[in-house]
Design a protein around this ligand. Structure first.
Ligand SMILES: [Zn+2]
Length: 392
């Protein structure tokens, strides 16, 4: 027996009475039961949208949470955690805050997709609406300007407070309607029209007027399978998102002691200062290392240590410099005992790969290179490195 979909005609109702047609153990969830009713307000998981939340309550019984709602062959299955007697009449209550939020997101999606279709001719080929994400996939590429334009037009449609119509047209009427649809439809087709913006086949509940969407904000977009994936938020979800962003920008302005408008300028100035300081630090480190290199004790092989963050180009210059003065291996190790060292080793007369082989006998070494110069990393104490250099 088909379940009567009360949400089709009464998307704003929150409570209903229904007869329990069947209650059978769930095949998907151990210990759970699937309840079918003669009619329901619970919208099932369908068309990319997650199901309604709520409870079922029989007379004299504790209410039981509806943990899932699915539809198959026009029969709607409510998953609950305990058995409910068949044949009784019970009361169902849906979580309207959750439902209304879904209606806002969903209706916002219709307007967005309708406008994308009318301006760019792209189809909505994917839709996902869960409790924390709303994404739409379009069949063509949209850039930043396109997205901004559509977002502006959607919000205009919201402010105009257009009436949203949903109905089941007759076959003859349906044949004359040019509507969007993600798939070939059979059986009764429900049409949702937002005059001037969209006309689409859809089974879900929507708001009565576009003004109830409140606001639509695009959160992100990206290229996806040759088209575009767009993430949006509507209504309270958009408000909470923008509030979080607003609070964060406020804190940022406060910590930078500037106004909101000046944040980008202050930020880029700080970036320049950081780059300048890094350059000066690198120059100073180079000078210190060069001084150390000058004062190295006599010997064929030399090995130096430098702090983490030392510019590898500086290290390479020093190794090149040392190679001119020393006949053996010249190595520089950047890092510390705890985190390990990155190294560059060079030699004018010896094969550096031979040294790496020697090091591998006692130390974990990654890396390699040409006979004249090798680089890589080691995980060991500096004293172990010194020992290898002293013994070769
Ligand atoms: Zn819809």
């Amino acid at each position: 027996m088909k379940t009567i979909k009360l949400y089709d005609e009464q998307p704003y109702e929150t409570e209903f009475e229904a007869a329990v047609i069947s209650c059978t153990p769930s095949a998907k969830k151990d210990g759970a039961y699937e309840v079918t009713l003669d009619k329901t307000l619970f919208f099932p998981e369908e068309g990319g949208q997650t199901p309604d939340k709520g409870v079922l309550k029989a007379d004299g019984e504790e209410e039981v949470e509806v943990i899932d709602v699915q539809i198959k062959d026009d029969i709607i299955y409510h998953t609950v955690s305990r058995k409910i007697p068949e044949g009784i009449t019970l009361c169902g209550i849906i979580d309207f805050e959750h439902r209304f939020s879904n209606m806002q997101q969903h209706t916002g999606e219709h307007i967005f997709s309708g406008i994308v279709h009318s301006i760019y001719g792209y189809d909505n080929v994917g839709f996902h609406l869960s409790d924390n994400i709303v994404t739409m996939d379009y069949s063509g590429k949209l850039d930043e300007d396109d997205i901004a334009k559509v977002e502006g037009l959607v919000n205009e449609a919201i402010f105009k407070d257009v009436c949203v119509k949903a109905w089941y047209p007759s076959k003859e009427e349906l044949d004359k309607i040019d509507y969007r649809s993600k798939k070939e439809l059979s059986g009764d087709v429900r049409i949702v029209e937002i005059p001037g913006y969209d006309i689409c086949a859809c089974c879900a509940p929507h708001v009565r007027r576009t003004g109830e969407i409140g606001i639509l904000k695009v959160i992100s977009f990206q290229n996806y399978k040759g088209g575009t994936r767009v993430s949006i938020l509507c209504g309270n979800r958009a408000y909470l998102y923008l509030k979080k962003e607003h609070d964060m920008i406020g804190r940022l302005a406060l910590s930078l002691s500037t106004s909101w408008e000046n944040i980008p300028d202050v930020f880029s100035k700080q970036q320049e200062e950081i780059a300048d300081l890094k350059k000066r630090l690198s120059d100073m480190a180079e000078k210190v290392l060069l001084k150390e290199a000058e004062n190295l004790p006599d010997g064929e092989n030399v090995c130096m240590f430098a702090q983490s963050g030392t510019d590898p180009n500086v290290a390479r210059r020093i190794v090149n410099d040392l190679m001119e003065k020393k006949s053996g291996y010249c190595g520089i190790f950047i890092g510390n005992d705890a985190e390990g060292y990155r190294f560059i080793i060079g030699s004018k007369n010896c094969n550096c790969n031979d040294l790496l082989q020697e090091m591998r006998k006692t130390i974990q070494v990654r890396g390699g290179g040409a006979p004249a110069m090798v680089q890589g990393s080691v995980s060991c104490a500096g004293s172990d490195i010194e020992k290898v250099f002293a013994c070769i």
